[in-house]
Write a protein that binds this ligand. Structure first.
Ligand code: G
Ligand code: G
Ligand code: MN
Ligand code: NA
Length: 254
């Protein structure tokens, strides 16, 4: 079967699952959030990673269907965990550029939150720098409507896109996610250190929080803490986890 057909069937057969990666606040040491990361549990192919199917999905409207599913499942998961007495933290969901081209995304977000009875502050959308470049004016307007719903917004993979700083100034986002390509070189590459230091300073002076992605070593962690980075995410603390394992982590911190 063609890959798109396989994924369409996967949606119908409920073969997608969300995994969750903790985001740790460096000041308190507590889990302050979690990123929802999509996996495809295919009966034929096994566990398929998103890099193997998201790019294919992005070539058709399938990415929008998958995006809706992820948003709905993220809110449904929060609802189930809250009902079970789990001390939940906000969930961050990745948004593809084409989802952002839909000017009614704010209405979809609102409806999804209401359907599951989830407070807006428990949802964060991760946007990429490139998604706003097709129609910057419309994107900024949509971001303001999303902001007005009460959800959080972050810029994912910061530093790898067009990095149009004049738009960054106008984006009503709360957080910059420093791309893992910069984190990787932190302990050995002075240029990566300079970039990370500058990004953290710039973010803070714009009133934005920072989270470093791809933190794998104690050395990286120490440098980030020294620069005042707010949060970290990466294998050093935890790989993306199935729901039950994430629940155990959250339950362990009360
Ligand atoms: O989870 P990591 O394992 O491999 O994810 C790889 C890439 O896939 C990352 O760029 C990540 O942002 C993207 N990705 C993961 N989950 C989703 C999702 O639910 N929606 C979109 N659009 N991208 C996702
Ligand atoms: O593009 P986005 O930032 O959404 O994708 C996150 C990706 O980074 C996922 O594929 C996730 O599995 C991966 N990831 C998370 N933590 C680490 C890490 O510490 N090291 C590496 N190499 N990848 C990571
Ligand atoms: Mn992300
Ligand atoms: Na990223």
């Amino acid at each position: 079967v063609a890959p798109e057909q396989g994924m369409h069937r996967a949606l119908q057969r409920d073969e997608f699952v969300l995994h969750f990666q903790p985001q740790v606040d460096l000041r308190s040491g507590r889990i302050a959030g979690m990123e929802a990361l999509l996996r495809w549990q295919s009966p034929e192919l096994g566990l398929v990673q998103p890099l193997q199917f998201i790019p294919v999905a992005e070539e058709s409207t399938l990415i929008d269907e998958i995006g809706h599913w992820v948003l709905d499942r993220a809110c449904a998961t929060l609802r189930a965990w809250i009902d079970a007495g789990v001390p939940v933290v906000p969930i961050a969901v990745n948004v593809a550029a084409s989802q952002f081209a839909d000017q009614a995304l704010d209405l979809l977000v609102r409806a999804t939150l209401e359907r599951h009875g989830i407070e807006p502050r428990l949802l964060e959308l991760e946007l990429t720098e490139s998604l706003s470049m097709v129609d910057p004016e419309a994107s900024v307007a949509l971001m303001h409507r999303l902001k007005a719903t009460g959800i959080g917004m972050s810029i994912d993979d910061f530093g790898t896109g067009y990095s149009n700083l004049s738009y960054l100034k106008r984006f009503p986002v709360d957080k910059l996610k420093i791309d893992q390509s910069f984190t990787r070189g932190l302990a050995c590459d002075p240029e990566d250190q300079s970039i990370v230091t500058a990004v953290i300073r710039m973010a803070h002076s714009l009133g934005l929080r920072t989270i470093a992605e791809g933190v794998e070593t104690e050395g990286q962690l120490r440098l980030l803490a020294g620069q005042g980075c707010d949060e970290v995410q990466g294998f050093y603390f935890s790989r993306p986890l199935p729901g039950a394992a994430m629940v155990a982590l959250l339950g362990g911190q009360t």
